[in-house]
Design a protein around this ligand. Structure first.
Ligand code: NDP
Length: 291
């Protein structure tokens, strides 16, 4: 068997197209959705993410506010900037790119963002709203994974899903979203016993681990759908290349459908960030939200 490849790049382009249409309708009413991205320090991967986010924000017609702060910026100054953005009516979405330097408490920063503008969905209020099945801002990466799963499988009701990884930004919210869609969800992590056998029971495997090509063909039930969140840089001759947490070459011989790395979950994450910003803008203005 050879798996269907889930084309996250194409799917993300469709999502961005719909976001762009919604932005155009909002602009006709005199409203321009705005996304503020705050970056503290010079982490190279973060700089690439922030650049891409800013570029794609402008491409869909939204306003982009980039705040690049020196690595030595104090926690107090960062919190003051966030307060300013919270109060700014032109800003509908705020995200602070993680990681922040060690002298800054990331939890404190996330807690300072107005939950209504928290387009990353990391504020404790949004975490609680999602966990209790209420209207929340949903973290972008798991939201993108859910969209691809729904598109591929239709209803997820009653399917067995194993999420490998229990981080606050991917694993846990992914499990909540799958549960909300009535999948039967198990979260696996570094202490899970016989993780391969557990994954082989799954109709859906979401790998969010950060270990290059850990999930191989013998972890996968024939025909299962595999979502690979991992982004790992591995040596490739004198250069490096990106691989996921799934051994794509072997897993794609067993799975029914699989996301590639790159070109799977990654592009969907930014598309969902833009969609969340439009949602936040609509809520702020008392307008109907995009579906
Ligand atoms: P974290 O490091 O925060 O969490 C990793 C999780 O994997 C932990 O829960 C850890 O378990 C678990 N884990 C580690 N080793 C093993 C193992 N050997 N067996 C089973 N579980 C294990 O990572 P993130 O959730 O932030 O990110 C995961 C991956 O997704 C990374 O590669 C990251 O780069 C990528 N990513 C991609 C995004 C995208 O847009 N495509 C966005 C965000 C992340 P324990 O808790 O027990 O330590």
């Amino acid at each position: 068997m050879t798996a269907d490849i889930i084309d996250g790049k194409a799917f993300a382009a469709t999502v961005r197209g719909k976001v762009g249409e919604h932005v155009a309708r909002l602009k006709e009413q005199g409203i321009t959705p705005g996304l503020a991205v705050v970056l503290v320090g010079e982490d190279p991967a973060s700089q690439v993410y922030v650049r891409n986010k800013g570029k794609q924000t402008l491409e869909v017609g939204m306003a982009s506010f980039e705040h690049k702060l020196d690595a030595s910026t104090s926690e107090e100054d960062l919190l003051a900037l966030i307060e300013k953005l919270n109060a700014d009516p032109a800003v509908h979405g705020i995200l602070c790119q993680l990681p922040v330097p060690d002298h800054i408490n990331a939890d404190k920063v996330l807690a300072a963002i107005d939950p209504a503008k928290d387009v990353d969905g990391f504020h404790i209020s949004n975490v609680g709203l999602l966990a209790t099945g209420q209207k929340a801002m949903v973290p972008c990466t798991p939201l993108g994974c859910l969209m691809m799963l729904r598109d591929k499988l239709g209803s997820l009701s009653g399917l067995n899903a194993v999420v490998v990884g229990r981080s606050n930004i991917v694993g846990k919210p992914m499990a909540q979203l799958l549960l909300r869609d009535s999948a039967t969800v198990t979260i696996a992590h570094s202490r899970t016993k016989d993780i391969e056998a557990l994954c082989r029971t799954a109709d859906i495997v979401v790998a969010a681990v950060g270990r290059a090509e850990m999930v191989s063909a013998d972890w996968i039930k024939p025909g299962a759908t595999v979502i690979d969140v991992g982004i790992n840089r591995v040596p490739n001759g004198e250069k490096t290349r990106l691989v996921g947490d799934v051994d794509f070459a072997s897993a794609s011989q067993v799975a029914g459908a699989i996301t590639p790395v790159p070109g799977g979950v990654g592009p969907m994450t930014i598309a969902c960030l833009l969609a969340n910003t439009v949602t936040a803008c609509c809520r702020a203005n008392g307008l109907a939200e995009p579906e």
